[in-house]
Design a protein around this ligand. Structure first.
Ligand SMILES: [Zn+2]
Length: 316
């Protein structure tokens, strides 16, 4: 049994006992309402999007993320601002794991950097790959600073117990028809620098998704850097291209999935009156679980709205 994984599992069960507020939120997840919507067809690949009615997430969905608002609030990931009851497990020299006090999924952890530094993935991708390997029962993920992160000023990853996010199964089941190996079709942007790694685009998936796979950490990193540079070039972004990133260590290789974004929130988030919907997609939503804090949105959201939201926020 992996020692670090056992440690965070122990932290989770101990925090359930010693932290009442966290326990209430965690127990509430057992009663959360879920709806499941089916997309695709047998020829092009099937996938599902679930919706979750979760009133406790209104604060996060509604969070003001402009520089001024962020600077005005106390950073909830810095040790001095965390509640005394919230304990940590050290993962490596730079990161700790904490239970997420407002979980969206079961066994939901936040993995902040020890220092208060802005959210950016490139310098810390190696750490993220390490965590996926160190925590094989978990999916490790990242919200870009403008793609769903509620603390864009403090670098953090998240981890949830595997088996809760629809994409975890789907990316493996999608047939070869739906996986375009980008370098093998002569795409100029990607080069097959190493036979032990590949980059694929998942097709007919309702949103853009690039998959990088390699049994070698360095190769996985290099493939990610290629995708990053290509997204930067195609969007003209000088800063980090908008993205949600997932890492799973399975079958002795790293599986790195990048969901490129063009917007954080869809137009219905900014609409007035009956057209307003509190839909503010981050990594979990893009991965197949739409978190809806309002009952009226949970009741009214359908396949058409889901497809439209994905189209609006995903880079085509
Ligand atoms: Zn901080």
């Amino acid at each position: 049994m992996n020692a670090l994984q056992s440690e965070i599992e122990k932290l989770y069960s101990e925090q359930l006992t010693e932290w009442e507020q966290f326990r209430e939120q965690a127990l509430r997840l057992n009663e959360v309402k879920i709806r499941t919507f089916n997309f695709g067809n047998p020829n092009t690949g099937k996938y599902v999007i679930k919706t979750q009615y979760n009133p406790a997430r209104a604060v996060s969905s509604n969070a003001k993320l402009d520089g001024k608002s962020i600077a005005a609030r106390k950073c909830f990931l810095c040790p001095e601002n965390r509640p005394a009851v919230q304990r940590e497990v050290r993962l490596n020299e730079n990161f700790v794991a904490l239970v997420n006090p407002f979980p969206v999924l079961k066994e939901h952890f936040t993995i902040p950097l020890i220092q208060h530094k802005k959210q950016e993935i490139l310098p810390y991708l190696g750490d993220m790959l390490d965590f996926a390997q160190m925590l094989p029962g978990f999916t490790v993920f990242y919200n870009g600073p403008k793609a769903g992160a509620s603390a864009p000023d403090h670098l953090h990853f998240q981890a949830v117990r595997k088996g809760q996010l629809p994409f975890e199964q789907e990316y493996q089941l999608f047939s070869s028809l739906n996986r375009t190996e980008l370098y093998s079709i002569g795409c100029q942007s990607y080069t097959n620098t190493n036979k032990n790694g590949r980059i694929c685009a998942l097709q007919n998936y309702g949103r853009s998704c690039l998959l990088m796979q390699s049994p070698e950490k360095e190769t996985a990193q290099r493939l990610f850097q290629q995708v990053y540079a290509q997204l930067q070039a195609s969007t003209g972004a000088k800063e980090e291209p908008m993205m949600n990133v997932f890492t799973l260590f399975e079958n002795n290789e790293w599986n790195l999935l990048v969901f490129p974004r063009k917007a954080h929130r869809p137009s219905c988030f900014f609409a007035k009156g009956n057209d307003f919907k509190m839909i503010s997609p981050g990594a979990i939503d893009i991965a197949g679980v739409f978190v809806l804090p309002r009952k009226e949105d949970f009741d009214s959201v359908d396949e058409k709205i889901i497809s439209d939201v994905l189209r609006q926020v995903s880079l085509v």
